[in-house]
Design a binder for this molecule. Structure first.
Ligand code: ADP
Ligand code: ZN
Ligand code: ZN
Length: 737
């Protein structure tokens, strides 16, 4: 039946993955009521076809006789529930992102295509009696099998393939071996109806937070759980989820990155014995779809996911937890530039469920929301299990008391700690050998020809690499401008520290953990396992080492160049410096072994650094907030950033000048009071051969800012000049670079 369409008949409003801020009208083939909101349709578009999502039924915006009918309804049941459809509508309007792009972000890759096969449910894996009894050393020669077996053993209930992939991307062949040896068996997944009772008593602070939040179950409640590293935040999450399980609710746990999932996953599995699904970028398309479907059916009781999982269908949603809520990875930096934490809050509000934001170093936004009464603060000030917090010391790294940038004091402490059989972390947030290659005779530095940046020396591979555009070339032997061979490597990165400390402490094993040393599949997991097991005693790494990994035997942490953030060009630099120091420091000392953190600084007298160490992160953040208030920066004002780039110098700048005039003279009325700053050249103007400029909009009223953005974005989309440049609009930008 192709129904008859009168002038007043409703049509389908469809979101399509095209960069235009509007919905598209299509005629239903048959009864419009068979096209629910959230269902996918295949539609003709120009000369091609697109998969779109039905967002609404409504009056046509165009002459109905010119509209085309949909080709096919792809889902009789909507893939996106109504609450997610409306969350996406809200988000695309708030972030001024074309609605179809927002929908495309939310759908698992498999569902972005019309033809896809529904993956068969996978088997799950469970340990056998033989697997339980096998001796510790039996698998020493097959380390992946050994770790996989340990994971399955620790998990109590059966684990999925997707979970195994988290432990090692090459999990499947070792798993076959374990199956063959009879140490593991395939089972279809079953879980007990009720979670087991808690085995461990919470301490007073944990108890207070847990009880208060449980008392708010059933309605919206915004909680900020500020607990120092090791204070037992995860334990609080577990008790909250246990309560949800008893009530039949689903819990969504949002994490900034997949690296953190394995640990959380095994703790949840063993404490709660329930169906947990994970959703993150490391999964392949069918694993993703499986997890998504299990969650949509309400079978998965806990969903652990990164950013885009905030759009997952959760029919029985009862609780949202955002761990490491301060982490900038929660904000998407391209395309649909949403902040997953902020959307999680909106989702919790709309669903009427509590949300818990957890961190050892909460963002200034969240602390500000506590000030405003929008979030309730719960604090965990003690390390759980009686462990003492590490002592923090500042070391002046100016002058001659350093070797390769490492202070004598740190070297001395390393000797002591290593002699005691304990581990050391040396943290330096810069990979490569040295950040600059300079000619001693003429002073020329090796610069990237595509960027306004020096190239980094990578000694292992004998290359110079640009960390901004990826350009790479052979390490030159002579200076490019005077041909002198007196080239010196200035400054230190992880490779240089690795080389120096390996020579200095030849009796110990050193492990370098950075993006270069872990680029091969499975390498990061292998490195982290070596670090945790004590196989390596000296760990040198970038911020990869700072995140949530648990190394109980590390009792000394040295932080190099901690204070680069004090003079960073971005307004968040100091906040991020404080967070990084506290996160790295959190790795030192656990349980019975107190830890020490040596923070090397060229500005040890800086008041903010002093305050961070003397009074802790809370006071430090309070001071930063006070400064932001006086200087009128976020979170006290709302911002949007328009970025633009072009291969020719000046074009991006001129374009933004045009946008500025338009914004100020056409779209702004005097009551709006939006400050338009710029255009300005980006702090690093040229990257990958393109010149970049930006225009900043600032306003103390969110509403007024959005009143300006609403007409501005479609106008920019339609303006002919916009097609000649690359531009983007970023609402609540995380950084201004
Ligand atoms: P966080 O998530 O805040 O870093 P964790 O939840 O990982 O802290 O707890 C740190 C350590 O303390 C873990 O080994 C955990 O098992 C232990 N722990 C947490 N709470 C308790 C408690 N109430 N009693 C005993 N040990 C605890
Ligand atoms: Zn020279
Ligand atoms: Zn470059």
């Amino acid at each position: 039946m192709s129904g008859e369409h009168t002038a007043t008949a409703l049509v389908l409003k469809v979101a399509l993955p095209v960069p235009l801020s509007r919905l598209f009208d299509y005629l239903p083939a048959g009864d419009i009521l068979t096209y629910p909101r959230g269902a996918r349709v295949l539609v003709p578009f120009g000369r091609s076809r697109h998969v779109g999502v039905v967002v609404d039924h409504g009056k046509p915006d165009f002459d109905v006789t010119k509209l085309k009918p949909v080709i096919e309804l792809l889902d009789p049941e909507p893939v996106l529930p109504v609450e997610v459809v409306s969350l996406l509508e809200w988000a695309s309007s708030y972030y001024r992102c074309p609605i179809g792009e927002a929908f495309a972000t939310a759908l698992p890759i498999a569902l972005r295509k019309a033809a896809h096969t529904e993956p068969k449910p996978q088997y799950n894996f469970r340990i056998t009696a033989a697997g339980n009894e096998v001796s510790e050393d039996a698998l020493n020669r097959a380390p992946v099998q050994k770790r996989l077996l340990q994971f399955i053993k620790d998990s109590d209930s059966a684990v999925t393939g997707g979970e195994c992939r988290l432990f090692d991307e090459r999990w499947s062949a070792p798993m076959k071996q374990l199956l063959k040896k009879g140490l593991v068996e395939e089972v279809s997944q079953t879980f007990p109806d009720k979670p087991p009772a808690a085995t461990r008593a919470l301490n007073a602070e944990q108890e207070k937070a847990t009880t208060a939040i449980i008392n708010k179950f059933g309605g919206y409640h915004g909680a900020l759980l500020h607990g120092i590293t090791g204070s037992g935040k995860t334990e609080v999450y577990i008790e909250l989820v246990r309560e949800q399980l008893l009530k039949g609710g689903q819990t969504f746990i949002l994490l900034p990155e997949i690296g953190l999932t394995p640990q959380l996953l095994s703790r949840f599995r063993s404490a709660l014995q329930c169906h947990v699904e994970v959703l993150h970028s490391g999964l392949n398309a069918s694993e993703r779809l499986l997890a998504w479907r299990a969650t949509a059916r309400g079978e998965a009781r806990v969903l652990i996911g990164t950013r885009s999982a905030v759009f997952a269908p959760l029919p029985k949603l009862g609780l949202i937890i955002v761990d490491e809520e301060h982490d900038s990875a929660l904000k998407q930096q391209d395309g649909f530039r949403y902040h997953a934490r902020d959307l999680a809050i909106i989702r919790a509000q709309r669903a009427g469920v509590p949300i818990v934001l957890g961190s050892a170093t909460p963002s200034l936004e969240s602390l500000h929301n506590v000030e405003k009464g929008l979030l309730t603060l719960y604090e965990l000030t003690q390390r759980a299990a009686g462990a003492v917090p590490p002592s923090l010391e500042l070391v002046d790294s100016r002058g001659s008391e350093t070797e390769n940038g490492i202070s004598k004091r740190l070297l001395k402490r390393m000797e002591d700690v290593l002699a005691r059989g304990e581990q050391v972390i040396v943290f330096i947030n810069r990979r490569g050998y040295s950040p600059v290659l300079m000619c001693e005779d003429c002073g020329t530095m090796a610069d990237c020809s595509n960027c306004d940046a020096h190239m980094t020396v990578h000694a292992r591979s004998s290359t110079l690499r640009c960390h901004h555009c990826g350009a790479e070339k052979q390490l030159p032997r002579v200076c490019a401008s005077c041909e002198s061979d007196a080239l010196i490597k200035v400054g230190a990165g992880t490779e240089r520290i690795d080389e120096f400390l390996s020579e200095k402490f030849p009796d110990y094993t050193l492990l370098r953990i950075d993006r270069d040393s872990t680029s091969r599949k499975g390498e990061l997991q292998r490195h982290l396992a070596m670090a945790a097991s004590g196989e390596a005693q000296i760990l040198v790494g970038t911020q990869m080492l700072a995140k949530g990994h648990d190394f109980p035997n590390v009792t000394l942490v040295g932080i190099m160049d901690a204070d680069r953030g004090l003079f960073g060009s971005d307004f968040r630099a100091t906040e991020q410096m404080g967070q990084l120091i506290m996160q790295v420091a959190g790795r030192a000392g656990r349980a019975d072994k107190p830890g020490t953190v040596l923070i090397q600084s060229r500005n040890p007298e800086h008041p903010l650094l002093q305050q961070l160490l003397a009074e802790g992160y809370g006071k430090f953040a309070g001071q930063l907030l006070a400064e932001r208030k006086i200087t009128e920066w976020p979170p006290y004002v709302h911002t949007a950033l328009i970025r633009c780039e072009h291969a020719q110098s000046g074009v991006a700048f001129d374009y933004l000048e045009h946008v500025r005039k338009m914004a100020c003279h056409e779209h702004m009325n005097p009551q709006m009071k939006v400050h338009v700053l710029g255009p300005a050249h980006a702090p690093m103007e040229r990257i990958a051969g393109r010149y970049r400029a930006q225009l900043l909009l600032l306003c103390d009223s969110r509403k007024a800012l959005h009143e300006l953005l609403r007409p501005l974005r479609p106008w920019m989309e339609e303006m002919p000049q916009s097609r000649k440049v690359r531009w983007s609009l970023d609402v609540d930008p995380h950084d201004m670079l």
